[in-house]
Design a protein around this ligand. Structure first.
Ligand code: APR
Length: 320
């Protein structure tokens, strides 16, 4: 049986890290695609030259022509521009929407059976546009945001409680932006929900509130430190976990920007929700019970995403 083929559309900071991780995990053969000549070829060769050291078997190649992604099983999209200090993810909308058009058309022409994971920001609007431009089935086009946001939340909680990250699980809903909804009630240390941990005196509400805010600002914190771009290690790791769940039919429960039709009162809209990812793509959207305050926060987040989608339609009328 041949190895799965993984096409990485965009060979920048995240694209290169994705290729390295896919190699180290032996998830399949990698094609890096980019409009910049030499970048995908150079990164592919560099990573391939590390394979004898780390002992992984995965073919690595770089290309500037979409024909190279032919028949890919998974496409991970990072093509576009990242933000600089002072920019919000939404500031990237106009430029990256045009990029999604060419990427969507390239995938439709050469890899129409792929499971497509979008990382390009502003995420919720870009994954919506990518699905429209590519015309691929909605359960096969998904956005990476929740895995990253909940990983940040988990990391900060593990630091606060001084426990292993392995024993912390966390829940984040909504759009990948300032309105994201970290749900403390569904976030636990060894199965104990955060509100109970506060009651037990292991932390304080103020500290949890500060962690929630730091999670919301997690991307901006990295942009502020790097100054020349945005986060790439954690976003790449997050997307790889989604690709792995699809390729190995793991049926992991992962929060993703998925097309939601019916659940959460939505009628056909991309937003961050818990999903099950298996061989069929998004196999299930998990609808959890929300209290009034949580529902209000989610509604606010959905409104923010709707605003971005409307802005996309204004820029490109073919999306209407
Ligand atoms: N087609 C293919 N590749 C493109 C296109 C295009 N139309 N336009 C730009 N690119 C490539 C660039 O040449 C660059 O190599 O996309 C790559 C983006 O890489 P970086 O600038 O290093 O950005 P990165 O940090 O990888 O982030 C990419 O993910 O998290 C989001 O906000 C982030 O939107 C940004 C994206």
């Amino acid at each position: 049986m041949s190895r799965p083929k993984i096409a990485l559309i965009g060979a920048g900071q995240i694209g290169g890290t994705l290729a390295h991780l896919v190699g180290l995990k032996e998830l399949g053969d990698v094609v890096l695609f980019d409009i910049a000549e030499g970048t995908p070829q150079g990164k592919a060769l560099d990573i391939a030259e590390s394979s004898p050291v780390d002992g992984f078997d995965a073919a690595m190649s770089g290309a500037n022509d979409y024909s190279a992604i032919a028949g890919a099983d998974v496409c991970i999209v990072t093509a576009g521009v990242p933000r600089k200090p002072g920019m919000s993810r939404d500031d990237l909308l106009g430029i990256n929407l045009k990029v999604m058009k060419s990427v969507g058309e390239g995938i439709a022409a050469h890899a129409p059976d792929a499971f497509v994971i979008c990382i390009t920001n502003p995420l919720d609007a870009m994954v919506w546009a990518l699905q429209k431009f590519s015309g691929l089935p909605k359960e096969k086009v998904v956005g990476m945001a929740g895995v990253l946001d909940s990983a940040r939340f988990r990391y900060f909680l593990a630091e606060e409680f001084k426990v292993s990250i392995k024993d912390v699980s966390a829940f984040v809903l909504g759009g990948h932006g300032d309105t994201m909804v970290p749900l403390t009630r569904y976030s636990t240390v060894a199965g104990i929900p955060l509100p109970d941990l506060v009651e037990m005196g292991w932390s304080t509400q103020d500290k949890i509130d500060a962690i929630v805010q730091r999670t919301r600002d997690g991307g901006a914190e990295i942009v502020g430190l790097l100054k020349t771009g945005s986060a790439f290690y954690a976003p790449a790791a997050s997307a790889v976990s989604m690709a792995e769940s699809y390729l190995k039919d793991q049926k992991r429960v992962l929060p993703c920007a998925a097309f939601v039709d019916g659940a959460y009162g939505l009628d056909g809209f991309y937003v961050g929700v818990p999903t099950v990812i298996g061989a069929a793509g998004i196999e299930k959207v998990v609808e959890i019970k929300l209290d009034k305050a949580e529902k209000a926060m989610l509604d606010k987040s959905i409104d923010a995403v709707k605003g971005l989608v409307e802005a996309c339609k204004g820029i490109d009328p073919s999306l209407n």
